[in-house]
Design a protein around this ligand. Structure first.
Ligand SMILES: C[S@@+](CC[C@H](N)C(=O)[O-])C[C@H]1O[C@@H](n2cnc3c(N)ncnc32)[C@H](O)[C@@H]1O
Ligand SMILES: [Zn+2]
Length: 281
């Protein structure tokens, strides 16, 4: 089953359109969206963009792909896939999963491979990220779109995944079927502690559980899990790629960045928290 998409301009349903050159999507009000040659649809209208090139840039996307493809965060992908499996949803073609803020698609691909029958969609506001997704996997539906205005019809989804990305609970409530689930992965207090100790003089614990303050009444927290491990990074490339995946990439002083770049090895922990939320029936 493929998801019913909605027009990002007028919110009417989108259907295959033959007005555009090649295969495209269109709504009843004649808003048209071409399929990019890489296979994705760009459903982020120009007037809804806050900047010319929103989201992660190509350098960050490439760093993320290099790092993730080395398997450092495989235990994290395992934990997501196992948790989704444990929800007991039937792995059938009616099962629909959306990765909101999917980046370059590492976790989305893993879910598609774990649930090959399901309809899996990945959205991200960054075009370079979605282009990288298309190279990774052609069985997922990839969309350039914002988490704050997801171009999918109401109550179409069984599961929404949000990995280190922003959550829009109004959108999630609109899109989930009754009793649908949201899986959110955020940093735990000591996430990347050793990396942060190299670049900052004082390292503060990450604040945790902040997202629970914003959780609307229509959602219940059903489970939390710690996802933790130790990585042995054995090259300057891997260390700098890890930095480029974090917000510290923007905040670090050049001198501290050089200090990190001079290292050839770093043992560093990851400390994440996985939350499972369920929408009311
Ligand atoms: C820290 S990255 C995480 C990417 C991926 N989930 C992962 O863990 O590899 C955050 C992602 O959110 C995207 N992003 C930022 N604002 C967004 C928005 N409003 N809608 C959709 N994606 C957004 C960025 O482009 C980036 O790819
Ligand atoms: Zn429209």
């Amino acid at each position: 089953m493929t998801l019913i998409l909605r027009c990002p301009v007028c919110h009417e349903p989108l259907a295959q359109s033959f007005h555009t050159s090649g295969m495209g999507l269109g709504c009843i009000r004649n808003h048209q969206f071409d399929r990019a040659r890489q296979g994705y649809f760009n459903l982020l209208p120009g007037h809804k963009k806050r900047s010319k090139n929103p989201g992660d840039d190509k350098t960050m996307v490439q760093a993320r792909t290099r790092f993730l493809d080395k398997g450092y965060y495989k235990p994290v992908a395992d934990s997501l896939a196992n948790t989704l499996d444990s929800l007991g949803k039937p792995s059938v073609s009616q099962l629909s999963i959306l990765d909101a803020g999917c980046g370059e698609g590492y976790y989305t691909e893993r879910l598609q491979q774990t649930f090959p029958e399901a309809s899996v969609t990945g959205i991200d506001i960054s075009k370079p990220a979605i282009v990288a997704c298309c190279k990774r996997n052609q069985a997922v539906q990839w969309l350039v779109a914002s988490v704050n205005d997801i171009p999918v019809k109401d109550q179409e989804l069984d599961v929404i995944i949000s990995v280190f990305s922003r959550c829009d609970w109004n959108e999630f409530a609109r899109l989930l079927k009754p009793e649908g689930h949201v899986l959110v992965l955020t940093p735990g207090e000591k996430h990347l502690l050793e990396l942060r100790q190299v670049i900052y003089e004082t390292v503060r614990p990450y604040p945790v559980d902040k997202l629970l303050d914003q959780l609307p009444e229509s959602f219940t927290l059903t489970e939390t899990k710690a996802v933790q491990g130790v990585m042995q990074l054995n090259s300057a490339t891997d260390i700098m790629d890890l930095l480029a995946m974090t917000p510290h990439y923007w905040h670090v002083k050049p001198s501290q960045k050089e200090k990190l770049a001079s290292l050839n090895a770093l043992q560093c922990r990851f400390d994440m928290k996985l939350y499972v939320m369920q929408r009311a029936g």
